[in-house]
Design a protein around this ligand. Sequence first.
Ligand SMILES: [Ca+2]
Ligand SMILES: [Ca+2]
Length: 497
Amino acid sequence: MKIQLLLRTITSLAIFASVAATAADRPNVLFILADDQSPFDLKAYDPESALQTPVLDRLASEGMVLESAHHMGAWIGGVCTPSRHMIMSGRTLWHIPGKGRDAVVGDLIPKDLADHTMAAVFNAAGYDTMRTCKKGNSYAAANKKFTVVRDATKRGGTDETGSGWHAEQVLNYLKEREASKDEDPFLIYFGFSHPHDTRDGKPELLAKYGAINHKEKSTLPPANPKQPKLPANYLPAHPFDNSHMDVRDEVNVSGVWKNRDEQTMRNELGREFACSENIDIQIGKVLDQLKAMGELDNTYIIYTADHGMAISRHGLQGKQNLYEHTWRVPFIVKGPGIKPGSRAPGNSYLLDVLATICDLTGVEAPETNEGVSLVPVLKGEKTAVREVLYGAYCGGKKPGMRSVKKGDWKLIKYQSGERGEVVTQLFNLAENPDELLKEHHDAKVAKLTGNEPRPNQVDLSVDGKHAEKLKEMEALLLAQMKAHDDPYRFSDQVDPQ
Ligand SMILES: [Ca+2]
Ligand SMILES: [Ca+2]
């Protein structure tokens, strides 16, 4: 009897010890989200970029850079909103809630979806969850599920009114955990309100990039050689109506408005860089704190943005387009088991984040999740999780814009209304990574950018040599639109069935 009791006690102690060990070993997750940032601003994607982000450079050199990460798109001008719904729920564009997707018929959104979103899932798995981010243009019902929420929109030029505030919330949270000796694993959603406009940078960083917080609509900001150069795909105007040329981002961003001249755009790029460098500095503070607490090596860190950004590329300013600078996002991951300095295409969407962090931590992904775990890519077993990528933008006139990508080839289509002209672009991204158009070959444009495009760096849709490829990509786009329950069609799309 005594021996039995003793054995039982030993067994329970062993089980307890093993559970405790597992709990202590479970990795933490630090998910970092910038608001409106093109991957091509970062040296990890464009080594010639003038933006200095030593912390992100180090993260990239210690982890993996995904070269083909995307957001799936938006059915509203505020692209942030669907993007953040997809991140929180792991669901695709037409399967998430939100006003603006009214054309969708049928019930494609599970009831009680918020109960199966990022924080809810990690709470249930025994994680401590905390977030700081901007307010609004987000998934409020899912955001509320974080145990600790410290949200506010901070786009000012001081630590208290800008990105420093978001870092302060995370630092305070970490210090509180340390003081209370809290050993539960944590999921921290570390979001910034910048470099989204208004891009009021800190004075010393604005000075570094030769920019000013330009407020006078009647004048141009001064030229300054310290400003970032115009990108290779800069244009003084977008060559055609892309279905939402009058969206707020294209006409009413303070400091830019409808201007696309060199002085305005280089100043605005300087402002964007000043805000992005400050984000880098703030991330550095949090990583230092994690290191001091001994948590850094057991934390998966993901750095990304809710979508990319144009700021002068293709004559556009905002996030309402499907060129690579805007459809793609930066995506850097560091953590246990990820090979330092590695790169892979990934072919991912932001909606894969939930499945990925679940997989990395051994937490079961919710049944409502439609994303794919990126772990096979992060562990070097695969280079990509899917072959074909689909993108949509229809916050303006319908059907709006759609894109599809496979291998080196990419198709974009545009139509402003049923009777509007359909514009189709076909790019070979290996030969023409900046998606240059015939307008980029104009001598005046080439002089401004300092970039002399090669003859084949154009939209290839009008080139008869690529007729077969065009047909293949058109079919691929229609198949993707159907597969994703896209409620719209272009007037020239012919369904073979
Ligand atoms: Ca955004
Ligand atoms: Ca706790």
